[in-house]
Design a protein around this ligand. Structure first.
Ligand code: PEP
Length: 252
């Protein structure tokens, strides 16, 4: 059987400052993808840059959104719906990023968003992760609770459109990523939780790690049972992001 491709997602957040810079990052990433065969990349720019970035989309580079609203249309001032995105070649959507959760997004809302993304035929990159770590392992049941609630009533057939990004909140925007053995533990645990929910090994669901991934630590991170990474800061520099993609490509 052909080995599934690895996945690298770049979350640009509310960056960069202008469209020209956004186009430059995308074209640098595209150039760096020339010899990349076993890794797919998703670029998640702010909404306003998506139409310009969408011409970067190919069989190995995908365009993603950082969030959207679950209702398809209507009187929701300031919102953009998931249903409006595929016309701009958006194929992936982050849902439940900790920065959205910190603004009050509940698991109930996240569950509605997950459902909307998959019913619009896109792939959801569901972000989960504990705020702090404790010595008793309560962080495991916290993450289990998030996954259970966020995937409530999400059918088995939607698993083909699901990626889980484990991002311990305390490791996002930090100076160091999480220790490799802890990443490994969580990758195994998330697969166990999916098996518990769906009654089958959800091997097709990619598990990513996110939290201070950079050029220096990427090779070690990839030794720990994950299928790829979600990158914040270092996705804004086409060259550094390209080096991360290359390291993922070369990982076993
Ligand atoms: C993130 O915000 O999802 C993230 C992983 O950021 P950083 O890589 O900057 O820690």
């Amino acid at each position: 059987m052909k080995k599934p491709k690895k996945l690298v997602v770049g979350n640009w957040k509310m960056n960069p400052k202008c469209l020209e810079e956004a186009k430059k990052i995308a074209s640098d990433v595209k150039r760096g993808m020339k010899n990349i065969k076993k890794t797919q990349v998703v670029l998640c720019p702010p909404f306003i840059y998506i139409p310009a970035i969408s011409n970067t989309a190919s069989t190995s580079i995908f365009v993603g959104a950082q969030d959207a609203f679950y209702e398809p249309l209507g009187a929701h001032t300031g919102e953009v719906s998931f249903s409006q995105l595929p016309q701009f070649k958006v194929s992936h959507c982050l849902v439940g990023h900790s920065e959205r959760r910190a603004r009050g997004e509940s698991d109930e809302i996240i569950n509605k968003k997950v459902t909307a993304v998959v019913s619009d035929g896109m792939t959801v990159v569901l972000c989960v992760g504990e705020k702090t770590r404790d010595a008793h392992g309560d962080y495991l049941s916290f993450v289990r609770g998030q996954i259970m609630a966020d995937l409530r009533d999400v059918s088995k057939k939607s698993l083909d459109h699901l990626v889980i990004a484990y991002e311990p909140v305390w490791a996002i925007g930090a100076s160091e990523s999480m220790a490799g053995r802890d990443i490994h533990e969580m990758a195994i645990y998330i697969k166990k939780v999916l098996r518990e929910i769906y009654g089958l090994p959800a091997d097709g669901v990619k598990i990513l790690y996110g939290g201070s991934v950079n050029v220096e630590n990427i090779s070690d991170i990839m030794k720990n049972g994950v299928d790829g990474v979600l990158v914040g800061r270092d996705s804004l520099d086409g060259k550094r992001f390209g080096e991360i993609i290359k390291a993922v490509e070369e990982s076993k």
